[in-house]
Design a protein around this ligand. Sequence first.
Ligand code: GLY
Ligand code: MN
Length: 463
Amino acid sequence: MFKAQTYLSRRHDLRTHLDSGIAVFMGNDESPMNYADNPYHFRQDSSFLYYFGLNTAGLAGIVDVDEGKDYIFGNDLTVEDFVWMGHHPPLKEQARKAGIENTGTILDLEKFLKKAVTAGRQIHVLPQYRTDNKIKLSNWLDIKPNETQKTESVALIKAVVAQREIKSDEELAEIEKAVNTSVDMHVAAMQMVQPGIMESEIAAKVQEIPVRDGGNIAFPIIATVHGETLHNHYHGNQLQGGDMFLLDCGAETAMGYAGDLSSTMPVSASFSERQREVYNIVLASHNAAIEMLAPGLPFIDVHYESCRVIVEGLNDLGLMMGNVEEAIQLGAHAMFFPCGVGHQMGLDVHDMENLGEVYVGYAGKPKSTQFGIKSLRLAKPLVPGMVLTIEPGIYFIPSLIDMWRAEKRFTDFINYDNLEAYKDFGGIRNEEDFVITSDGYQLLGKKKPKTIEDVEKQKSTRS
Ligand code: GLY
Ligand code: MN
């Protein structure tokens, strides 16, 4: 974790955002796979990590705005627990590392919160995404488990988003570490991809690298010849010459900071002419989006510019036609690009996604419900210190093509006859990570191969 001062000043800043009451931060508990003693790899809640830094299961933190005190609650492990799980420092000792003197057991927390409820104090809680934490809060705050959203505090959500979305220098150093490991994952895959190998072999190799570096994967690995499926976690295909292979994976450091990169490469030694054409449209869209990045610019403009380059390229290929602006306005391009051009990244790979897109990506403004643009996670103006991904793509999704064709959707803009030949193409995405600076942007981490020449060169360097 960072030094205690980091957590002290983050909690101090949080107080300046809240008028009164107490803010409750639920740490995560162990999450069993198939029985209680067989848990998944532990992952702490990111907002708890941000304000309290402790990477231990079963804790909760409180920032008492009225009294100017901070607390950590949790039960110390017993010697019998140490027999199985090794020695754990007492909570008092752990809490000091976060600059906190006030600690108590989970029973103490329950009493603290029940007293606060009785006294009618304002209790700020973030949206909960784990059922066990919903049940705990329902008991402590005397509400039904399916009504914990009633405790969600917009003031706290806005305060947390305002703080977490501006990365400090020490956070940026952690993120760069994560991205550097992520680049190693992608280069390793480029050197392995060849006809005959299984997707699972590449996924296994790629997973080894962040674990070796002391961290973990930041999200389930996408390593697939069916890159047209946006979040494809199936790894059972054998790679065949002529296929495209899409890798979307990133490392998480031991402190929980993420990297998130995507690469697309031919399974054969080099790209075919058709693959080259589509790859270069995606690359042009990617580079156009990056070049725009600057503080003050609404990210939705970056998204639309990346769409524009894609539609122009698809028009040139004869897969789309007609007026580019109109096609985008109406959403015809979403056949090929049904998602957003990027998202914030930090302690979560989709940073703060559980706090609500409307606050994280739209500054409280409503978002479009149109297919495609509705999946844009970030639209609001960029601010120095924001970390985000740029990841446009072109996807040929057979079921979507068939459905839109049958429904005669956007026949003025989509050339369905020409598209038939692309139904086995797959998908292409490139992704890199950036921080917004006072006068533009900076690439995070070392460079990942992304031009056709660089990818083919890596592929010729067998591991
Ligand atoms: N890397 C997965 C995603 O951005 O959705
Ligand atoms: Mn991403």
